[in-house]
Ligand binder design. Structure first.
Ligand code: FAD
Length: 549
């Protein structure tokens, strides 16, 4: 064990292990320099306690070590989302047992020069997990998860061979790149968006500095090829980011959803070379996009739209109003659908790329909404709005194809948003159920609560599989319209049900704004409405199931 300078950043992995909850337990903390040089491995058996308690003990032991040796900078990794959120201050510590440890940890953290704590999935915390389990084992506790993992590793090799032979993979198996991207998206959401969620919801306003960070981190141009300044990712990666963001905040999630699955997606598919060169770099760099189809009189009947586009020299003149347009307050570019001739019915519909400063264009009233309050939803006013002919997206009269085919893809994004909302709500409810005591024990020990959580987790898994399948079908060039409609339809039901039942797990506290449970329900409601209501999804599914009749 060496002694680096005290101002060097130290990397700390912590974990707790227990047999039963409560049960015999142990903790471990592994401390290294950023270059990977070992500083200390701390571990101790604790007797009978809970997993959370052991995890907190690991953190406190690591912090005490830092204080004792006068180290001043640390980044801590933990696979306990609850602990991470509590230390970050986004989740309350209710348990009497944990409070003294929490306060001890906070006291030491305040004295450090630099401190951060980050959630990592268990597989990335393997070493600390292993040490905690070994400590538990040597103290006489049965190292359940360690023994299980050893046997799983043997099975993993067999399963990999089988997947290779069959050329298929389970839907939830991600590539290394996808897994890293998913973890980065969640970490970003928890760390950067998380602290502002409540205030943005209350104020119905999305922070500009956060939007800037979305661009800087590449979340606004996930599918835009690198040659246009984007991240060059797949549609599936957009879906992952939408889901991870929605676990923390559905408003943040819909901002990146519209940008990636509707606006840049439509440009990539229908834009000509000049349009792509002009707009894709802007969408990746600093320009928010909006997708404007709906109107006061045409929602589900989208092709009944009334906004007119009249040819005038090398321009079109657009007149009409658009309603419910997501991102409109912040957007610099709008895909606007208008008809060049109402008598042609849907065959008159044309898509236009309209810049915010186009003459005759303005953004009107912003809606005061039930949920996704921080995401702007506004009216657009087109009053003799001049749009160059070069800004027709796709062909004149083929806007219905742009609209319908883009929305078919966008629905997968909404499915992902709903899965994320449901996961976020359930994560909070599980953490709460493990802490909240009634009749002398955590409510998570009552079978009724366990079964409720099990049912909700199963629903989420089903919604997730539908969503991932639709995204994979799209990315691999296979038909996906029915699957996308099913994913959105089902996931929006699941999100609403899960969010609602999670409020019940919180009891009275769930009904207040002191906890995030009620917000998840408000946010979930939109899933059954935008990008085609649930009835419209059923209509699509029925048409395709009945063979297009
Ligand atoms: C927060 C928010 C954000 C939005 N963002 C955008 C956006 O960015 N861009 C955009 O273009 N639009 C956007 N929308 C509009 C959204 O897509 C529409 O609200 C939606 O398509 C429904 O249209 P409508 O509100 O006019 O309802 P209506 O179409 O009037 O529907 C009312 C009810 O009647 C039912 N119904 C209608 N027709 C039928 C039928 N044939 N059979 C059975 N039932 C039927 C519907 O299912 C619904 O229950 C947004 C809406 C909201 C609330």
């Amino acid at each position: 064990m060496s002694q680096p300078s005290n101002s060097e950043m130290l990397i700390v992995h912590i974990d707790g292990a227990s047999r039963g909850n409560p049960g015999p337990a142990a903790y471990a903390a592994i401390i290294r320099t950023e270059a990977g040089e070992p500083i200390a491995s701390l571990s101790r058996a604790l007797g009978k306690t809970t997993n959370n308690f052991a995890e907190y003990q690991a953190l406190v032991a690591a912090l005490e070590f830092l204080a004792e040796h006068r180290y001043r900078r640390a980044k801590v990794f933990s696979d306990s989302e609850l602990l991470v959120r509590q230390i970050q201050g986004t989740y309350k510590v209710n348990s009497e047992d944990l409070r003294p440890l929490y306060e001890r940890a906070r006291k030491i953290i305040r004295q450090l020069e630099s401190f951060s704590i980050v959630y990592v999935p268990r597989e990335k915390n393997r070493e600390a997990d292993r040490l905690a389990n070994e400590t538990l084992n040597s103290a006489g506790g049965y190292p359940r998860s360690f023994a299980h993992r050893e046997s799983v590793e043997g099975q993993e090799r067999k399963a990999e061979k089988m997947a290779e032979a069959l050329k298929v993979r389970p839907l939830t198996t991600l590539t290394d790149e996808e897994r890293m991207f998913q973890a980065a998206a969640y970490e970003f959401a928890v760390k950067e968006i998380g602290p502002h969620v409540r205030k943005m919801d209350e104020e119905s306003l999305f922070r500009k500095d956060l939007l800037d960070q979305f661009f800087a981190q590449g979340f606004m141009g996930i599918g835009i090829p690198e040659e246009y300044g984007g991240s060059g990712g797949s549609f599936f990666m957009s879906v992952l980011a939408i889901e991870e963001f929605a676990r923390v905040d559905a408003s943040a999630s819909v901002i990146i959803d519209v940008q990636n699955t509707l606006v840049s997606n439509a440009l990539l598919r229908w834009g000509n070379d000049e349009q792509k060169r002009k707009y894709l770099p802007r969408l990746a760099r600093d320009t928010v996009g909006s997708y404007a189809l709906s109107e006061p009189q045409s929602g589900s009947d989208a092709f009944g739209l009334e906004t007119r586009a009249q040819e005038k020299g090398d321009h079109y003149v657009l007149n009409g109003r658009k309603l419910w347009i997501t991102n409109a307050k912040e957007a610099g570019l709008f895909i606007v659908f208008a008809t060049v001739n109402r008598e042609l019915g849907y065959k008159g519909i044309t898509a236009f790329l309209v810049e915010r400063d186009a003459p005759g264009f303005s953004v009107g009233k912003k809606e005061d909404k039930l949920g996704i309050r921080a995401s702007s939803t506004c009216e657009l006013i087109l009053d003799d709005c001049l749009v160059p002919k070069a800004n027709v997206l796709g062909e004149v009269g083929k806007g219905y194809k742009v609209a319908i085919e883009t929305l078919n893809e966008g629905r997968i994004g909404i499915g992902a948003q709903m899965v994320g909302i449901a996961r976020g709500a359930l994560d909070h409810a599980i953490a709460y159920a493990q802490q909240r005591k009634q009749f002398g024990k955590p409510i998570a020990e009552f079978q009724a609560i366990q079964f409720q959580i099990a049912r909700l987790a199963t629903d989420i898994e089903a919604a997730r599989l539908l969503t991932y399948n639709a995204a994979r079908l799209k990315d691999t060039g296979q038909p996906f319209t029915k699957e996308a409609a099913m994913a959105k339809y089902f996931a929006s039901q699941v999100a609403e049900r899960v969010a609602s039942e999670c409020i019940e797990i919180f009891g009275g506290y769930g009904f207040t704004k002191d906890y995030p449970a009620e917000k998840y329900l408000r946010d979930a409601k939109i899933g059954k409405i935008y990008e085609g209501t649930s009835f419209m999804q059923l209509q699509t599914i029925a048409k395709l199931v009945l063979g297009g009749s």
